[in-house]
Design a protein around this ligand. Structure first.
Ligand code: WT7
Length: 668
């Protein structure tokens, strides 16, 4: 391995031989960034040996390993008598024990004398602020839990949340957890139909929402959307409404059904104690879109998920008591669940929460907040990073970002060029970057650098955390040897793994457990390099086959993004009579005219970096790429466009419909 040389930002091109059904690995990244000595000295995990021994212990004797961690990190009202019961695909962790996630996130810190520590610094989009200590948060959650009970909610009942990013959202989540109700958070950007589908699938009994929210300087009236959804959600008996945008806006309330938060929650005479709950008591359902068909309600339960959230947070984010941690994800996604609520709060962290858009009032809002709150750990997504690059460095340069000590990335692969910008521009070259690979289904981070010890490579999520045993299979379901791409699977159960798809055990088995029987199928392709580092190559469905070469979308995209004029790129395959598949690229650019000369330059650039086989057959310029609301590029839609088809599939999570029309207009 060579030492880091930030100046050599051209990965070496590699040869392009034909392969036998495995995914060709074409883009070689040789830069290496070890953590600074100063970082390592103070890190939670500070030697390679420490990691290796944790990893070996969790792999070879998981019962002993996880028994010790569970006893140390969770509060037990009643002890468990078995660590893990496993018969694929069914798993139970900490069988027979009783705990409570809300207790672990709140009361535990008050009991330990840390009640005055700030749990949440909140900043609303218009600039209103609120800070809550662990003691205050415990009281608020207790009152909300009492209110839920008064509305007839008990253990096992499903509560849908459709709320702005205000403190009441984590308060409501934790209030559900406190009494054993199951929360189902629905991102407050989904349509009435999407809400109704989720309510009906989960048979939700209560809906919690707000009159509205602020987004990009505008008011969105949430209650109107919810009313439309509730007309089609017969299981929902009550709707609890938070006043956010104020009483100058008329909010229709339905008698008997609807009740204001300030009438129902704030008036509770006493806060409610946490209920001791079985380890496997359902904690939440979170709907995630399948590539086809209706959304899946991913189910997570109490003890195993809680422990995984806390441990992975501590390992990956190297958390210390004086940190100010900011995860920019909305609570509507798993990242918000695990790394804004359950992980950091279990660990007693001080978290920043922001309601609004990154360009409200201006493109420097994030950096203004980092400076204002002296944020030390920032966790965000590649789509945001690429957007900041596009907006220009001047917004970053206005602010003092010297408080930052650690940066994280999640949600999709981070292109090496975006990684470099994040490292240099945001991290000042001194902050390790943790590129965390995981999924809604895995509950928490599975593979990531450990910031005190891992020498990072831009674009690699490096190595598995203790308890994670990844294995890559080829198409004939044999473990891959050498640095070859294949299907990423998990060979051992881990505490945070999903327990099922709500109401659909058959789909659960079929989707995750049948392709390679007995192994968890992640649905991503990956390869492992000679240093044992993992590289995620994209979803299994996204592989492109050009003249017998199987290419990963992310590698071609990263080659395009390596060109100075390109901000973002999405690459898909379309049928081609000669080559099997041809490569279509969709790119957003900056500081250049979208003309034929640039197209040719980009083709040559990819050719130089990867080889002729990866050269796009067509390149379309666009202002934005179609993305899910959580920021993932919707390649399925781009495939349809590349093939000239009208898109028939589900577009319920697409952020901007007009993009599709614009993309279709272009002919190459
Ligand atoms: C899929 C899971 C993980 C929480 C947010 C998304 C992709 C996620 C990475 C990464 C490459 C990544 C994978 C994965 N993905 N993180 N660091 N590098 N790809 O959760 O919506 O359940 O999506 O996101 O394809 O399977 P999700």
């Amino acid at each position: 391995m060579s030492a880091a040389d930030p100046s050599s930002n051209q990965p070496a091109p590699s040869s392009d031989q034909a392969s036998s059904g495995q995914i060709d690995h074409v883009l070689i990244e040789e830069r290496l960034f070890p953590p600074s000595e100063a970082f390592t000295q103070r890190a939670v995990i500070s030697t390679q040996q420490q990691y290796e021994s944790l990893y070996a212990a969790a792999k070879d004797d998981p019962d002993t390993f996880w028994r010790r961690e569970a006893l140390e990190h969770l509060h037990w009202f009643e002890p468990f008598d078995q660590v893990c019961q496993w018969e694929a695909p069914d798993v139970k962790w900490f069988v027979g024990g009783k705990t409570n996630a809300s207790y672990n996130c709140l009361d535990a810190h008050v009991a330990a004398g840390n009640g005055d520590r700030v749990a949440i610094h909140w900043e609303g989009e218009p600039g209103d602020t609120r800070s809550l200590t662990y003691r205050e948060l415990t009281d608020e959650v207790g009152k909300c839990a009492a209110a839920l009970k008064s509305l007839g909610i008990g253990q096992g009942d499903v509560v849908s949340l459709y709320m702005p990013m205000t403190p009441e959202l984590p308060i409501a989540m934790l209030a559900c957890a406190r009494i054993g109700a199951v929360h189902s958070v629905i991102f407050a950007g989904f349509s009435a139909d999407a809400i109704a589908d989720r309510n009906n699938d989960a048979e939700a009994k209560l809906m919690i929402t707000a009159d509205g929210l602020y987004r990009r300087g505008k008011v969105l009236k949430l209650k109107e959307t919810v009313d439309e959804a509730l007309a089609k959600s017969p299981s929902v008996k009550h709707c609890l409404v938070l006043r956010r945008i104020g009483d100058d806006q008329e909010t229709p309330m339905t008698a008997e059904r609807d009740v204001w938060w300030h009438d129902c929650v704030d008036t509770q005479p006493t806060a409610l104690e946490a209920t001791p709950l079985d380890s496997e008591s359902p904690l939440f359902i979170l709907y995630t879109s399948g590539s086809t068909g209706k959304p899946k309600g991913i189910l997570h339960t109490t003890a195993g998920y809680n422990l995984w959230a806390k441990k992975t947070f501590q390992w990956v984010f190297d958390h210390r008591d004086d940190d100010v941690y900011w995860c920019t994800a909305d609570c509507g996604w798993i990242t918000g669940h695990t790394y804004f609520v359950y992980g950091p709060l279990s660990a007693g962290a001080t978290c920043l929460m922001y309601e609004g858009a990154p360009n409200q009032p201006a493109e420097d809002r994030f950096w203004e907040l980092v400076e204002k709150y002296r944020v030390t750990i920032l966790y965000t997504a590649p789509t945001a990073i690429r957007t900041f690059i596009k907006w220009g460095d001047e917004h970053v340069d206005k602010h003092d970002l010297s408080s930052l000590r650690l940066l994280g990335s999640v949600g999709e692969g981070i292109n090496p060029e975006a990684w470099m910008w994040y490292h240099e521009k945001i991290g000042g070259g001194r902050c390790p970057i943790v590129d965390t690979w995981w999924q809604t289904e895995t509950g928490g981070i599975m593979m990531s650098p450990l910031p005190g010890i891992t020498a990072t490579k831009p674009g690699s999520c490096t190595r598995p955390l203790p308890g994670v045993v990844p294995i890559i299979f080829d198409e004939s379901k044999r473990p891959v040897t050498g640095d070859q791409g294949g299907m990423l699977c998990m060979a051992q159960p881990w505490p945070g793994m999903l327990r099922g798809i709500w109401g659909d055990p058959e789909r659960f088995r079929e989707q995750y457990w049948e392709t390679v029987p007995g192994y968890y199928l992640a649905g991503d392709n990956a390869r492992r390099d000679s240093d044992g580092y993992f590289w995620i190559m994209g979803r299994i469905d996204d592989v492109i086959n050009v003249s017998g070469h199987r290419l990963s979308t992310i590698e071609v995209e990263s080659a395009l993004v390596n060109h100075a004029a390109v901000c973002e790129a999405a690459v898909v395959g379309r049928p081609d009579a000669v080559k099997g598949q041809a490569i279509s690229a969709f790119v957003t650019i900056r500081d250049r005219e979208p003309d034929e000369a640039l197209r040719e330059e980009l083709r040559l650039h990819v050719r130089k970096m990867i080889g002729a086989l990866a050269q796009p057959d067509e390149i379309r310029f666009t202002n934005t790429l179609p993305k899910t609301r959580s920021g993932k590029i919707m390649r399925r839609l781009l495939r349809d466009i590349a093939e000239g088809k009208e898109s028939a599939g589900d577009t319920s999570t697409l952020e901007d419909y007009s993009i599709l029309a614009k993309l279709r207009e272009q002919d190459n």
